[in-house]
Ligand binder design. Sequence first.
Ligand code: MN
Length: 308
Amino acid sequence: MSIKRVTAHEKDVGGIPVARALPSRGQQRTVGAWCFLDHIGPAEMTGDISDGLQVGLHPHTNLQTFTWMLKGELLHRDSLGHDQVISAGQVNLMTAGTGNKRGICHTEQSVKEGGETLHAIQLWIALPMDEEIEASFYNYPDLPHWTEDNLEVTVTTGTFKGHTAPTMQYSKLLAVHFNALEDTKVSLDMSSEDHKNFEYGLLVVEGSVNFAGETYNADELIVLQDCDTQDEEATLSLKKGTQVMMLGGEPLPHKTLLWWNFVDRDLASIEQSIKDWNNRDPRFGDIDISDTPLRRLEAPAVPEGFKE
Ligand code: MN
């Protein structure tokens, strides 16, 4: 098993500070099909709604957005007509569909006046691009959740220790949230036949953990590859108050390039998506945002030297 430490870098998304662990330039592009990992907040909302998170209208291609809400609420609106508030303990899963003829667009906004804390993890999942996948959106309010050895466990997608989340998947994936009520340990259960070719990413959301003799702190991602499930001990030790998001997945059999809000297999297809979005091609649908403070975001050109 290889172990790599990836340190998230700070970004601003819609007015809120986020720590981006994937992609991490020069360090790590993907973990299985997980190709983007933002830790949003925790951020205290003050003032009115316009001071909260305000992500304007933007498209996606060949990916799913996976939002895991830890605190607060967000309003999601998309071009399929969904208008969904996501609350703590829930997952929103939006699928953009695959290929040059499909796509989706959406907005994300704070819904409450000041005094609320916003804390979430947003991930993107690259879709298998050799499959014909339609756009869709689902909210999952009921996820497997239990407490064992002073550890709260929530399975947000996939199967962990016999508990399976209802979350739809197009490749084999796992995402589990741990919250340590006291100093505690968890076996990562990598021996399942179903997780045979998995890579793993362990994001420290808050607090600190020990893994294989090293300490990791908030916004560090431990990437595990070439996992031999037979004879390796994989135990994570968590300090009281620590939260960890464990990701796992089977790598896709093809390249996944990422530019702006687009995932694709080659540069020509990304350039087509940029042109289509900026020319208001109907493949992305539309949302009336005239009653909101939001803007329609323009897709930026791919820079010189973009690595395919
Ligand atoms: Mn988005």
